[in-house]
Each structure stands twice: as C-alpha cells, then as structure tokens.
Design a protein. Structure first.
Length: 187
C-alpha cells in the first residue's frame, strides 16, 4: 500500500492518505481529499512515484498533484508499472515542480515489494516462515508441540502474516493448534 503525506509551504502536515484496499482511490488522492490546509506551494511525500495514467473516473495522481499547486514532490522509488515508470516524474518536472528521488528507497522498496513482484517480475510475493528444531522437526514423536522459537521470532512471524495477502497452513495446524486463522477466512 502506498502512503502519502502533504505538507503546506511552512512544512505543517495538512493531509495524509494511503491507497484504498480495493486499489482506488490512490494514496495521493486520499491525502488531497483529507486536506486541512492549503497545499499551494507545499510538498508531497509519497512512497511510490505518483501514477501518470488515468482511468475513466479520475485524473492521474500526477495531474491531481499538479492541479493542487504543489511545488515539491519527494519520491523514494519509481513505479514499475509501464503506464507510469518515470512518466509521473517527467510530467511533474515539466509542470515546474521540484522532484526529489531516492530518499529512503530501500524502505520504500521493501514495503512495495509485493507490488514490484507482481508488476515487474510477473509473479506473486511468496515468503516461507517455518519453525523447526535442529533435527528438522516441529513436534515431539507423540505429536506434542511446544514453542520452538522465542518471543522476538514469534513477533516477526506475526509481522509477516500482517503484511501478506494470504497465509497457507497445513490442516493439522488448524485442527491441533486452534490457531484462530479460521476467523481470517472469507468464503
């Protein structure tokens, strides 16, 4: 999910937004819709290059930023989508807007990695999280299980779950561990 904040010309936070769960509105549009001040002469900070393509219902995020009178846009990484890749930056610059690229690019790439996988590499993002003992087991011979990992590793596992669209587990995890994953299933 892309995030966006808008600062007025005095660097006061006046808007913020993120991309909707369904993909629209984009973060920039959400941030512009949340304004509590005047964006003219202000700065937009966004985690991915603003889109340069429009659909039948809305203007591109790049055009919305231009129309708002923004003077500076901070972008850590370019959008890998071929409809935008570099075009958003080009349009912003042609409109006289200062564009800064590259700040926090590693962090932005990490939070957008699923999007990059789908768009640039044509594959889903898949992560494997598995807790096993040194002998490769996950339970004792009689089927009893106990914590193999420490609290920090378990917290990391929960963070992975929160940042992925799907979780695949074996049936025994559901039946034996009562892992509460069933409440996440939407049929």
């Amino acid at each position: 999910s892309v995030g966006c904040v808008i600062l007025d010309k005095n660097n006061n936070l006046i808007g913020q937004g993120s991309t909707s769960v369904k993909g629209r509105p984009h973060a920039e549009e959400s941030a512009l819709n949340s304004l509590i001040g005047n964006p003219k002469g202000g700065t937009v900070v966004v985690t991915l290059e603003p889109c340069a393509h429009k659909n039948s219902n809305t203007l591109s995020c790049t055009q919305l930023i231009i129309n708002a009178g923004i003077r500076h846009v901070v972008i850590p990484i370019l959008d890998p989508d071929k409809r935008t890749n570099g075009k958003g930056v080009e349009l912003l610059k042609k409109s006289g807007i200062k564009v800064s690229i590259g700040s926090h690019k590693n962090e932005a790439f990490d939070i957008n990695y699923g999007f990059y996988c789908r768009t640039k590499y044509k594959r889903p993002l898949v992560s494997l999280k598995m807790a096993t003992s040194l002998d490769g087991k996950i339970a004792t011979k009689n089927g009893e299980s106990k914590w193999i990992t420490g609290e920090l590793a378990r917290l990391h596992g929960h963070s992975l779950r929160a940042n992925h669209d799907a979780i695949l587990v074996g049936i025994n995890t559901i039946l034996k561990d009562n892992s509460l994953l069933l409440s996440l299933i939407h049929i």
